[in-house]
Design a protein around this ligand. Sequence first.
Ligand SMILES: Cc1cc2nc3c(=O)[nH]c(=O)nc-3n(C[C@H](O)[C@H](O)[C@H](O)COP(=O)(O)OP(=O)(O)OC[C@H]3O[C@@H](n4cnc5c(N)ncnc54)[C@H](O)[C@@H]3O)c2cc1C
Length: 297
Amino acid sequence: MLPLPTFSVLSPRSVADAVGMLTDHPEARLIAGGTDLLPSMKYGLFSPPALIRLGGVAALQDITTTEEGGLRIGSGATLRAVGRDPRVQRLYPALAAATRTVATSTIQAMGTLGGNLMLDTRCAWYNQSSFWRGALGGCLKCHSGPEGAICHVAPKGKGCYAAHSADTAPGLLLYGAEVELVSSRGARQVAVSALYGEDGRDWIRRAPDELLTAVILPPPPPGAVVHRKLRARASIDYPLLLTAAAFDPEGGPRVVVSAVGPRPILLSGLAEAFRDGGVEAVAEAGYKQVSPLSTHV
Ligand SMILES: Cc1cc2nc3c(=O)[nH]c(=O)nc-3n(C[C@H](O)[C@H](O)[C@H](O)COP(=O)(O)OP(=O)(O)OC[C@H]3O[C@@H](n4cnc5c(N)ncnc54)[C@H](O)[C@@H]3O)c2cc1C
C-alpha cells in the first residue's frame, strides 16, 4: 500500500476565494475529483503542502446554455453529469461518448471535466512509484531531485514524450471549444486547440495561479462528430489511441489523434488524401503526421 504524504486542505466556497488561495499559496495544488491527483501523490510524483479543494465551489458545477446556442460547462461538473446532460447528448454526442470511456462509472462519478482537461501527460516510465522509477535511473519528466537523466522512451532524444491521455480533449477540440482561465490578473479564454504544448513536461499553457472555471462550446458544427478509443481492455484503461472525427459533407473529414504524444493533433491535408486514396490514404497521412512512440510497456 502506498501512503499519501501529509498535506493541509483549503476549502474555498467561491471562484474568487479559490483564485485568492491559489495566489496566496503558490505551492498548493487544486483538487477536483482527486481521481488523478491523489494516485499521483501516492506515487511520489509531487508532494504539495496544501490542496485547494474545489468541490465546495457550487458555481463550478453549472451547465448552462449560451446566448449563441452553445453550452458553458463548469469545470467542476462531473464526467457523469456531463455525459447524462440531455443538451450534451443532443448537441455534442462525441463529448458525451468520451465521458463514458473514462475509466469506470465510479471514477466518472467523481472525476470532473476540468480535471480531465488538466490531466497530466502519462508514461509507463513516469506513472510508477518512486521505488520503481529509481530502480531504472529515474525519469526525465520528474525533473526535481536526483531524477531526470534520460527519457526511456527515446533515450537519444532531448524531449519528453509522455502522452496526453484525456479522453474528452479530442472531441472538444473538434467542436471548437474554449476554456476559461481565471487568476487574480483577470480572466482569459484559450481554445482547446492551443491549450497544450509539445513536450511531455511542458504540456499545458496554463499559468500555475490560473483556475480553469469553464469549458465553452460554440453551437455544434454541421455533420457528425464521433469519438473512438483504443485501449488494452474494454474497461478501466487509459487510452492507447484516441481519435475524434468530424464528417462535414461540405468541408470534408477532420480528425484529431491523441494519446500517442504530448498533445492532441489535428491532422491536416485529409480532404486531398481522401479524394486521392480513400480511407486508407487518410490513415497513412495521419500516421505520418503523428509519428507515434510507445509510452506503454
Ligand atoms: C484507474 C484509473 C483509470 C483512469 N482512466 C482514465 C481514462 O481512461 N481516461 C482519462 O481521460 N482519464 C482517466 N483517469 C484519470 C482521471 O480519473 C480523469 O482524467 C478525471 O477526469 C480527472 O478528474 P478529477 O476531477 O478527478 O481531477 P483531479 O485528480 O482532481 O485533478 C487532476 C489535475 O487537474 C488539476 N485540476 C483539477 N481541476 C482544476 C481546475 N478547475 N483548474 C485547474 N486545474 C485543475 C489538478 O490540480 C490536477 O493536477 C483514470 C484514473 C484512474 C484512477
